[in-house]
Design a protein around this ligand. Structure first.
Ligand SMILES: [Zn+2]
Length: 80
């Protein structure tokens, strides 16, 4: 699920990005490609459920999610 190529050779998995589909924060390493779109775990789950008509019952999409605060620290706007 997470074999995103990393051309520069450094570890970007923990970089925080904003999902274009729902606007939530997600770790880059947790973004998932589906149908040519890059989406966060929540969007993937919703997409999977609407495509399959089933409920996504596995817990592999759970776990830590970045917060707005972490994102602001990363972007250097913690004093905003
Ligand atoms: Zn999303």
């Amino acid at each position: 699920m997470s074999d995103i190529p990393n051309m520069k050779g450094f570890h970007e998995d923990k970089k925080i990005v904003i999902c274009k589909h729902c606007g939530k924060y997600e770790y880059w390493g947790k973004m998932i490609w589906l149908s040519g779109k890059c989406m966060c775990r929540d969007c993937y789950k919703a997409e999977w459920e609407s495509n399959s008509g089933k409920v996504y019952i596995w817990n592999d999409l759970d776990g830590d999610k970045p917060t707005r605060k972490e994102y602001e620290v990363q972007e250097g706007v913690e004093n905003a």
